[in-house]
Design a binder for this molecule. Structure first.
Ligand SMILES: Nc1ncnc2c1ncn2[C@@H]1O[C@H](COP(=O)(O)OP(=O)(O)O)[C@@H](O)[C@H]1O
Ligand SMILES: [Mg+2]
Length: 243
């Protein structure tokens, strides 16, 4: 099979952990180009570790390929240069820097200044709230605005793959809905492939095409978001709550 026949993101028999602590035990999944894929599952299942494994932050065994190019074994910086942007749990914005400084940090792998200017405009287009606050310190933003900034910063990389770790964490339901709406329009307009980890299964399944449920480091269930949402019994037994 040549690279063109393979899914855009292909993960095979992925193992990862921290020192002696093994967290992922042979995870496999595929994400098509331009799709939104949701990773659901209870606390401690290994969702964050999976995203870290995809972007080179933890050592892995197994294969991760993006558009046929191996990512496994590369440094986070090298993975970023291949077009993978990671918005970590807790957002990772630089609090003392202004909104615009944070966004410029996101473009650190790029040299083309005019394009960076265009991209700032693009980010402000998706997140008008950030334009209003461009000279404000990131630390003075609301939780929702900080999440927008974190995603905006990731967009400055012009990612081909966007990894989002629990974007809804700590946000009010209305803010979360707005945020997911923006992620969906970024996906539609830029054709950016998205992998989103969420405990808020309901919202994630609304925007995702495919979904995978992770349970103690293994994929317990995979399917279309619609099928997973429709099967209440499955949702209840695998996710531990109703969606
Ligand atoms: N830095 C770390 N060092 C050691 N163990 C960790 C570390 N981070 C997470 N873990 C462990 O890995 C497991 C999975 O964690 P995590 O990937 O954060 O799950 P989730 O994001 O699904 O809640 C948990 O048992 C957690 O305690
Ligand atoms: Mg997590």
């Amino acid at each position: 099979m040549n690279a063109k026949d393979e899914a855009f993101l292909k993960v095979e028999d992925l193992h990862a952990g921290y020192g002696d602590v093994r967290v992922l035990h042979g995870v496999g999944l595929s994400v098509g180009q331009g799709e939104i894929c949701a990773i659901l599952g209870p606390n401690g299942a290994g969702k964050t570790t999976l995203l870290r494994a995809l972007c080179g932050m933890v050592r892995v065994r197994g294969a991760v390929r993006l558009d046929g190019v191996p990512l496994s074994g590369r440094s986070p910086d090298a993975v970023a240069r291949l077009g993978v942007a990671h918005v970590p749990e807790g957002r990772g914005t630089f609090m003392p820097l202004t909104v615009e400084e944070n966004l410029r940090v996101g473009a650190y792998t790029r040299r083309d200044r005019a394009a960076v200017r265009d991209d700032l405009e693009r980010v402000y287009g998706y997140f008008p709230a950030l334009r209003k606050r461009l000279r404000q310190q990131a630390g003075s933003l609301s939780g929702g605005e900080q999440q927008m900034l974190a995603i905006g910063r990731a967009l400055m990389l012009r990612p081909r793959l966007l990894l989002l770790d629990e974007p809804s964490l700590g946000l009010a339901p209305m803010v979360t809905r707005e945020l997911f709406g923006i992620v969906a329009s970024i996906n539609r307009e830029e054709r950016t492939t998205v992998v989103v980890v969420e405990q808020n299964a309901h919202l994630a399944l609304d925007v995702a095409g495919q979904a995978h449920v992770l349970e103690t480091g293994r994929i317990a269930l995979s399917g279309s978001a619609a099928d997973i949402r429709a099967d209440e019994q499955v949702a209840q037994s695998y996710l531990g709550y109703r969606i």
